[in-house]
Design a protein around this ligand. Sequence first.
Ligand code: IMP
Length: 333
Amino acid sequence: MTVAVQQSSVRRAGAQGPRFAHPAEAEFAAFLDFYRIAWEYEPRSFPLRWQDGRIVEQFTPDFYLPEQDLYVELTTMKQSLVTRKHRKVRRLRELYPHVNIVLLYRKDFHEILSRFGYGSVDITSLRPDQIERVLLSPAEIQRRVAELGQQISTDYAGESLVLVGVLKGITFFLADLARVITRPLAIDYLQLSRDLREGVAIRKDLDLDIRGKHVLLVEDIVNTGLTLDFIMRVLREREPASLEVCALLDKVERRLVPVPVKYVGFTIPNEFVVGYGLDYRELYRNLPFICVLKREVYEANGNGHLIGGTGQEAAAEAAEPSLVATRVEVGSG
Ligand code: IMP
C-alpha cells in the first residue's frame, strides 16, 4: 500500500479549525501542525468539584495530543493565573491519576518536543528554524513501519527471509522494520560506491550466501531507481528463491528506470529530505523525523562541509537524475 504524505491525519488549524480562545493557542496549534503532531482542541472537561450532586467546578485542558495520550494546558507568565491553574491541575491529578497533563509556558514549546521523540533537534546542531517542513513525524513513521511489518509477516507466512539493507541510510528503518516482522530472519548489509571512472560498484558485499533464500531488499529511498536497478541485477545473479523490495520513501516523480517496489512506506514529493537515517553530507541521520531543510542549511559553510564539497551538490545529486551516475564519490547512501 502506498501512503502519500499529503493524506496525513494531522489536524490542521485551517479555516474549518476550531475558534481559539487565545492567540497563544492558535500559535501552539500551528507549532504542532508544523511538527505533524496530531491534536484536539478542548475535547474534554473534567469535573473537579461537586455540590449537592451538581458540578460547580471543572477544568477543560486546552489541547489533547492523542499520539502521546497527553493533555496540554497553556499558561502565561502572569503569576495570579499560574497559581490558579496549578491548583486546578493538582486537583485534576488527584481525581484522575491516569490522566497525563502538562502545564506549558510559551517559552517551553520546543522543550516539549523532546517528549515526543524530537529530542535531537538542536542536539544535531540543527535549529528548528532551519527546518523548511516536517514531512513525516516520528509517530507517523512508527505507525507505517508497523503496518509494513505486519504486511511482510503475513506475506512471508511459513517462510524465513533475509533482510538486505543498503548502508547507511537504512540504519534506523531496517532496525525498526526487523523488530516488527514476526518471521525468522537474517540481516545483512550492502554498501555501494559511485565513482566517475568505475561507475556504481559494491564497496561492501553481503556476508551471507542468499542462493535459495527469500530476500527482501530494504532501501531508504527510491529516486531515479538506478541504484535499486543495479543492486537487483547483482542480487538476481545469486539466484535467491525470491527477491522483493521494501522502500521507506518513494519519489515516484523522479523515476528513470522502472523498479518493482513491492512495499512502499510513503510516496513523497520531489524534495531532498533528511532524517531517520537519511543524510545530507553525513549529517542529520539521527533526526527522528523526516524533513526538508531550508536552502540556507545546504549553502552554509559550517555543517555543509563535514564531508567535503559544496552543500548544494548533495541535494542536487538526489534531485537531478543526470548527475547521479557522473558525480565523483556521490556518498555512502
Ligand atoms: P536513486 O538511485 O536515484 O534511486 O537514488 C537512491 C539513493 O539516493 C538513495 O539510496 C539515497 O542514498 C540517495 N537519495 C535520494 N534522494 C535522497 C534524499 O532526498 N535524501 C537523502 N538521500 C537521497
